[in-house]
Design a protein around this ligand. Structure first.
Ligand code: HEM
Length: 417
């Protein structure tokens, strides 16, 4: 097994989590040195953390495991391949370290705080109802494209304050840049380049609009921010920071949640008794949502860079080395979860790391939970039984565990039919 391990090959994830590799690494090689491969364009290897305790520990040590850079490395960031410092690393909210990270996060977190989410919940619920009514009336749908992709996109469009009519443009951009269907990690294509250029000019228009006409939305808050000196540097966010923030929120807000919703519903298709139990007892829903998040582990990994020498499991990580935190492997670690290979809506406790941990804990966690709940509640109320209507198709990526299609038949409850 060790010689065969290639966690950079998107095909290793094409049929779902590579559980045989995770089991092997957690048991036999918990600080695995991954050699460079055909899919590591900078020709560098990296360390892999796969045990729950190690992944969580590293995520909670941001001074030791930087999201920006470390050692004498010129690039960094949270992807396996290095991104240039000053363009992505050190600029994107999730690729900055404290103190700047702390101050940037304070600018945007009120826009996704529980109070703010309560204010958009009823509008989102209405949108969700419309999507579900249409799907149930048709008797079948593609869970991914008809429901799971739509709702998060509508939510992120309203948080960012962009017109709902533009949301498909945002989705096309996110699909082009995050999907490895027609390319490999580190490679670009004309489609990716075109989508990025269009998105950048779209972002700049949004930023200009908000400067001219501030509104009650996340981008207006970011445009108006005046950071204290402690943010190093103080003052307004740069145009590049604003643009990258917009990109990050569209990508993080749309792709991950749709994949979790789809993975959870597909698991429930396989476990009709649990669907029936959820219909009978709404108290089971919060547990089903957490299990959906763990099960989907839709963000497979994030990378860090060691800032100092670190001794772990008898080996030495040097300053500047890349260290990958495999959230997905941690979420299936039997040291942390009983029978992790089982989708268990009654799992309790369920301290999954689907949203990461520590200071970079997912900013959209509550929004994602709300979206999953709206879809689940809405379907449970309308649908007695869900069945597959063809094979579900997964995306090809070692970063985002996702789906391209998930066709299902919906059997409505008699009163909702
Ligand atoms: C099920 C859905 C989601 C999953 C599995 C997920 C996963 C994650 C993970 C693992 C991280 C930590 C990254 C790291 O430590 O390097 C993260 C951060 C982040 N997520 Fe999510 N996410 C989801 C939904 C969302 C949504 C809906 C939004 C939109 C508001 C969002 C915005 C962000 C942002 C802005 C960060 C960076 C936070 C920071 O660095 O302080 N995510 N997410």
């Amino acid at each position: 097994m060790p010689a065969d391990i290639d966690l950079t090959d998107p095909d290793a994830f094409a049929n779902g989590p590579p559980h045989d590799i995770w089991d092997h690494l957690r048991d036999a090689d918990p600080l695995h040195w991954h050699e460079p491969t055909a899919f590591t364009p900078d020709g560098e290897g990296f360390w892999c953390l796969t045990r729950y305790a190690d992944v969580e520990w590293a995520a909670r040590q941001p001074a030791l495991f930087s999201s920006s850079t470390g050692g004498d490395r010129s690039g960094g960031g949270t992807l396996i391949e290095d991104l240039p410092t000053g363009f992505a690393a050190g600029v994107l909210l999730n690729m900055t370290d404290d103190p700047r990270h702390h101050h940037l996060r304070r600018v945007v977190s009120p826009s996704v705080a529980p109070r703010r989410l309560r204010s958009i919940e009823s509008a989102l619920a209405e949108r969700c109802d419309a999507l579900l009514d249409a799907a149930v009336a048709a008797g079948r749908c593609d869970v991914l494209t008809d429901i799971a992709a739509e709702l998060p996109l509508q939510a992120i469009a309203s948080l960012l304050g962009v017109p709902q009519d533009d949301r498909h443009f945002l989705l096309d951009w996110a699909d082009a840049t995050l999907d490895y269907d027609d390319r490999n990690p580190g490679e670009t294509t004309a489609r990716v380049a075109d989508a990025s250029a269009e998105m950048s000019s779209y972002c700049r228009r949004v930023i200009d609009d908000r400067r001219a006409c501030p509104a009650d939305d996340l981008m207006s808050a970011a445009v108006a921010a005046d950071l204290p000196e402690a943010a190093e540097p103080g003052g307004p966010l740069s145009d590049l920071e604003l643009e990258m923030l917009f990109h990050l929120l569209v990508a993080a807000g749309s792709e991950t949640t749709r994949n979790s919703i789809t993975a959870g519903l597909l698991a429930l298709v396989d476990q009709p008794d649990d669907w029936a139990a959820l219909r009978r007892d709404p108290n089971l829903v919060p547990g089903a949502i957490e299990e959906t998040l763990r099960w989907a582990s839709s963000t497979i990994y994030n990378r860090r860079t060691a800032t100092a020498e670190i001794e772990l499991h008898g080996r030495t990580i040097r300053a500047g080395d890349k260290v990958v935190l495999w959230w997905q492997a941690a979420n299936f670690d039997p040291r942390a979860f009983d029978t992790p290979e089982r989708f268990d809506i009654r799992r309790s406790p369920n301290p999954h790391l689907a949203f990461g941990a520590g200071s970079h804990l997912c900013l959209g966690a509550n929004l994602a939970r709300l979206e999953i709940r709206l879809v689940l509640d809405g379907l449970l109320a309308r649908v007695e039984r869900i069945e597959l209507d063809g094979p579900a198709e997964r995306t090809r990526s070692n970063k985002h565990a996702g789906f391209r299609h998930a066709p299902v038949t919906l059997h409505p409850v008699p009163s909702a039919g």
